[in-house]
Structure formats: structure tokens, C-alpha cells
Design a binder for this molecule. Sequence first.
Ligand code: CTP
Length: 132
Amino acid sequence: MTDRTVITFGTFDVLHVGHLRILERARALGDRLVVGVSSDALNRSKKGRDAVFSQAERLALVGALKVVDDVFVEESLDLKRQYVVSHQAHTLVMGDDWAGRFDFLSDVCEVVYLPRTPSVSTTAIIERITST
Ligand code: CTP
């Protein structure tokens, strides 16, 4: 049987346990996990602020996790279909903050939304640090 590739996307800035948990759960859905890490420009357009860590640093951190097999830079949200096809992904995993938004890709892969880990986010961590 061919290996099943799972793909997921995100900024993964100030890496935290919510990031680790979704990557672990995504990896458990297949044999191989590929992660698209938002470019600095894409992150700025999505979140309206610069990432704390550069795309090269975020790529290195995510790529070093043992559940991650491969990483690449996601340049645009509009290229999701191309990324899924070029990485031959069987399953696209997104956090449920994106629920429904990628159902239009279900003709090329299975689309799964996983619940976010409660009470942790990059935004909350930055706010906690800057307010102390
Ligand atoms: N994620 C998660 N649980 C959390 C935080 C994030 O499962 N508590 C998931 C998101 O749903 C997404 C991936 O991790 O699939 C990358 O999320 P990202 O936007 O980089 O992290 P956030 O912590 O949500 O960042 P921010 O606060 O800047 O929006």
C-alpha cells in the first residue's frame, strides 16, 4: 500500500504546545507529514503584524520536530490546491478556526479540521510577555 501523506499549514510563530499537538494529531492520520509554514509576507497579510521569528527560523523549528517529515514556505493562501497536488497529499489538516474554509479542496484530498488546543496561542503568549 502507498504511504499516506498529510499536509497542514500555519505560521507557527513562537512555537507552543498547541502547535505541537496539532502536528502530532495530523501525523497520526497518515504515514508522512508535510508542513507549509507561512512566509513572512503571508503572515503579515493574514495577521496584520510581523512574526517574532523569521520564516527561516520558523521553518527550522517546525522541521526539527520528530513528527514532521518535510517543510516548505507557503507563499500564498491561494496556492493551497497546488501545494496539496504537488506534495501528493491525501489529507489536508487545518485547525477548526478554519472550519469549512477549505472544503472546496475535497475533490483532490480529504479535508479534516481538528479542534484547537484550548487556552494557548501565539497572540496570548506575546501579550503575556509584553504586559509583564
Ligand atoms: N493551533 C491549535 N491550537 C492552538 C493554537 C493553534 O491547534 N491553541 C493550530 C491552528 O489551528 C493552526 C496551527 O496550529 O492549524 C498554526 O496556527 P498559528 O496561527 O500559527 O498559531 P496561533 O497560536 O493560532 O497564532 P495566533 O495567535 O497568531 O493567531
